[in-house]
Write a protein that binds this ligand. Structure first.
Ligand SMILES: Cc1cc2nc3c(=O)[nH]c(=O)nc-3n(C[C@H](O)[C@H](O)[C@H](O)COP(=O)(O)OP(=O)(O)OC[C@H]3O[C@@H](n4cnc5c(N)ncnc54)[C@H](O)[C@@H]3O)c2cc1C
Length: 363
């Protein structure tokens, strides 16, 4: 049989290419992929989403919805790797964020080496094991919860920041503002939370119907850029509604520790008096400081309230509008449902408060 040299050469070429391709596959499939963070830290990349892989390596990114791409909190800047933006991420990313490589960590699959830029504060977040030391109702729909840290026992945070509590058995987190001051964490290794029941909600149903004193829970934190500016000398207007009480109480307890250094007014909106809580504590602060005022307003008083309530009625934002004059030298911390916060922001700015001095947490 007469085989042409060209066929011999082609066979050798394809044979060598095949062997090289197999070798390359074997080598790269055994290679450990890595995630480079802020040009310094390398962590071995495991299987799963970026949110999961970071969590497994002790880097906890806020993700209030538990990784379902419905809260948009787990944004990270991906400089290399991670593939294209998915349709599930699009509603949460504006043009500028897309150009900068911002992604939702819960949607990015880790299947190649990656380079990330993370806010340095996220690298300090820790996971805590704690014991439920107290759980009691403060209104028919709000529980006051005290967690005592077992391991680690110390946490540094600013008044107003939040933690993420893990729902036992579901490995999902929900965000809850810390309603106690940093000194309680330092002196008693404890944090307090106020948790409002969302009918049918996973975490709040557990807290309201199953949580018991002595239970062991896990949480991560502290998170968030919403906290008291202790360097400022402006007057303070706090506005809260519903579960938005929590960070306000944390901020007020901190102001108490500081001796209420600035005139402070706290507006709290509720439908009726059943939804008011911690009133005794705020009355105590009013008694203690001439420059502190607590102004609860009822938007939908019950017949009983109509007989007994002598405070303001109507939307808390209207009460704010009526009572306040110029707010040029004030700053505001707002927390509550989005419509209330939008209305409050408009009013504060109309009263002369600089827009950048209106700080809020919507939930
Ligand atoms: C930064 C931050 C701080 C927070 N701090 C507090 C706090 O201090 N106290 C507190 O009680 N909550 C707080 N939340 C809200 C909390 O994280 C949960 O979203 C809430 O408790 C509901 O959790 P769930 O698991 O019970 O409900 P899910 O199982 O998550 O939700 C069940 C259903 O209810 C809807 N839902 C979720 N939340 C609400 C709501 N507020 N009103 C109406 N429907 C809702 C969901 O869309 C879903 O359809 C905070 C949220 C954020 C982002």
């Amino acid at each position: 049989m007469n085989i042409q040299p060209i066929y011999i050469l082609a066979s050798i070429f394809f044979g060598v290419a095949f062997v090289l391709a197999i070798a390359d596959f074997l080598l790269t499939s055994n290679e450990q992929q890595v995630i480079n963070i802020n040009d310094e830290e390398y962590i071995p990349a495991g299987d799963g989403t970026l949110l999961e892989v970071l969590g497994e390596n002790g880097i906890f990114i806020p993700a209030g919805c538990g990784g379902k791409a419905s809260c948009g909190q787990c944004k990270v800047t991906v400089k290399e790797g991670g593939g294209d933006i998915l349709p599930t991420e699009e509603p949460f990313l504006d043009e500028e964020e897309r150009e900068e490589g911002v992604r939702l960590a819960c949607q990015v699959k880790v299947n190649e080496d990656m380079k990330l830029e993370l806010d340095e504060s996220l690298l300090d977040i820790e996971e805590y094991t704690a014991r439920v030391a107290e759980v009691r109702s403060v209104t028919p729909t709000v529980k006051h919860v005290r967690l005592e840290m077992i391991e680690p026992t110390d946490i540094e945070f600013e008044a107003g920041q939040y933690a993420q509590i893990m729902i036992p058995g579901f490995e999902e987190y929900r965000a809850y503002s810390i309603a106690s001051p940093p000194s309680m964490a330092r002196e008693e290794n404890a944090l307090q939370f106020t948790i409002k029941l969302v009918p049918g909600g996973l975490c709040t149903s557990w807290v309201h119907f199953a949580m018991e004193e002595g239970d062991i829970v896990k949480f991560t934190g502290p998170f968030g850029h919403f906290y008291l500016d202790e360097e400022s000398d402006r007057e303070i207007i706090l506005i809260g509604g519903g579960a938005g009480m929590a960070p306000m109480r944390g901020i007020l307890e901190r102001l108490d520790e500081l001796g209420m250094p600035r005139p402070t007014r706290y507006y709290f909106g509720a439908r009726n008096s059943d939804e008011l809580y911690y009133g005794d504590r705020f009355a105590e602060l009013e008694e203690k400081y001439d420059n502190f005022e607590y102004i609860p307003a009822l938007s939908d008083p019950t017949p009983e309230d109509k007989k007994n309530w002598d405070g303001p009625t109507g939307f808390v934002t209207d009460v704010l509008d009526e009572r306040e004059g110029s707010l040029e030298n004030a700053e505001s911390y707002l927390c509550g449902p989005p419509p209330m916060l939008d209305a409050a922001e408009r009013i504060l700015v109309d009263h002369g408060m600089p827009e950048e001095k209106v700080m809020f947490d919507k939930f």
